[in-house]
Design a protein around this ligand. Structure first.
Ligand SMILES: NC(=O)c1ccc[n+]([C@@H]2O[C@H](COP(=O)([O-])OP(=O)(O)OC[C@H]3O[C@@H](n4cnc5c(N)ncnc54)[C@H](OP(=O)(O)O)[C@@H]3O)[C@@H](O)[C@H]2O)c1
Length: 260
């Protein structure tokens, strides 16, 4: 049966390959790409080649107002019956800066906004429009291990702080440096895992949420809700990734940051 998968970060890189793969493997999927205006129209046309069903809703994920408008438009299209039932959201877009000082239009740090808050806002605004069985997949990274084995020591591991600190510029020492920008990135991916755990416990049965580490081919792996999927199989994440106190605190803060 025809169904909709909403996807961010499909314009290039891993997301582009994943979108093409989804359309090839599951021709009944309507892929709705959420992408910047400049890229989205052309991207949708390119992905539709060969008779696939693809549409585009514009958004700059660094702006919460823009994300809200996009999610509202998707809700409206679902409600009007312009889209088949919603069965998936792939929050794949991600960004890394060479500093921890980049501020977006909401006055919040840009890495945290794109990698954490934008996904959260889409999930929350679409949560009652998913038709079970449905799945939310958030792209994370093994940078949060912060060790040589996982990323050859190129990215420092996360440095957790209160969500209020993490959501603002200058959260890390020497914030103008590349190391601080990378720390913001790895910390944002840890935050994304915490929120996946929250989605898994809060969303209704049949709407699963998983965090996946790239290398994994989307849509082929069976994994219980709340899983960390590492290159195609459910695995245990870093010990730090399981922390109910931080998860609850982050949930409360992201709700506050993304409130209308
Ligand atoms: N590459 C790796 O080795 C690696 C490893 C671990 C995890 N990851 C994660 O995997 C995901 C994809 O990585 P990638 O390397 O394939 O990324 P990429 O090639 O850098 O592409 C990033 C994607 O995110 C979109 N994006 C970024 N900021 C945006 C914004 N403000 N508004 C709208 N779209 C925005 C980009 O759209 P535009 O084309 O408009 O910029 C693009 O589609 C990310 O979440 C990344 O953190 C990557």
């Amino acid at each position: 049966m025809k169904h909709t998968v909403v996807m961010t970060g499909a314009s290039r890189g891993i997301g582009r390959v994943a979108a093409e793969h989804i359309l090839r493997r599951s021709p009944n999927t309507h892929v709705l790409v959420v992408a910047r205006q400049s890229a989205g129209t052309r991207l949708a046309a390119e992905l539709a080649t060969g008779g696939h069903t693809v549409s585009h809703v514009p958004a700059d994920l660094g702006s919460l107002g823009s994300v809200r408008r996009a999610a509202t438009e998707i809700r409206d299209r679902l409600d009007r019956g312009d889209l088949p039932p919603l069965r998936g959201f792939v929050g794949n877009a991600g960004i890394q800066y060479t500093n921890a000082l980049t501020e977006g239009p909401d006055g919040l740090e840009a890495t945290f906004t794109v990698n954490v808050l934008a996904n959260h806002l889409v999930v929350r605004l679409l949560q009652d429009r998913f038709a079970a069985p449905a799945r939310i997949v958030i792209t994370v990274s093994d940078t949060r291990f912060g060790d040589f084995k996982h990323n050859m020591g190129m990215v420092p591991g996360p440095a957790w702080k209160s969500p209020d600190a993490l959501s603002h510029t200058g959260a890390f020492p020497e914030p103008g440096t590349t190391a601080a920008g990378r720390t913001a990135y790895s910390t944002s991916k840890l935050a994304a895992i915490y929120l996946v755990h929250e989605y898994a416990s809060r969303l209704p049965a049949g709407i699963d949420a998983v965090a996946y580490n790239p290398g994994f081919v989307l849509g082929t792996s069976r994994a219980p809700t709340g899983s960390y999927v590492d290159r195609g199989r459910a695995a245990r994440s870093s010990e730090e990734s399981y922390d109910e106190r931080r998860e609850g605190e982050l949930w409360e803060a992201t709700e506050r940051f993304t409130a209308a």
